[in-house]
Ligand binder design. Sequence first.
Ligand code: FES
Length: 223
Amino acid sequence: MTRYKKQDPEMTRRRFINTALGASAAVGGLSLVSTLGGANPVFRLTPKKAPPMEGDVIVHADAAKYGQPVRVSELSDKLIRAWPMGKDDKGADVIRDGDPTSVLAVFRFPKGELKDPTKLDATIDGEIVVYGDRCTHAGCNVDNGTAPDGRNIMNCPCHSGQYEPREGAKVIGGPPSHPLPQLPVKLEGDKLVVTGFFLSVPYGYNKEEDWEKYTEKVEELLS
Ligand code: FES
């Protein structure tokens, strides 16, 4: 399970960045490939390539609004693609767009439409939900789609994978074997803020154990 320690966020951010960048520089990067078993070895933990994590603000990925915070008033049952935005070692905003697995899909549904296995306590008021937007089959970006009954769903353009965003992004068609990962969020003012790591395995991690080891390593570097 994801764990968090009480700590000065600025101190931990600096330590994280210094550790990641310093270690990478010291050994030339590639020799630091970890044995974590996932797609993202430790040396990739730069601010830009870090996964969505606690405190990140969700911002638009589309060119017209790139980097602007996603607002509640913009949301609907149609997918809005987004990135997490954190801070660098100088406290400046950094959009974590250096790893395609961090791309996000944001929705808002009328109350009551989000159902199990959606983790409702990781949504905003049971209405706003965020998922990883990278298809669990082969990693393409998932987009808007339409079900036979006309409701908006998520559709992968590569091999017609389909996901139901109202039910935990479960697979409802095509070859994906498991759902898109849900990202826990809360509202701070009018911004959507991340409260933890993806709740299940994103693309690139074969086993939950691999993802947990990776997030534990991220936490270790942040502590
Ligand atoms: S990559 Fe999405 S269905 Fe194959």
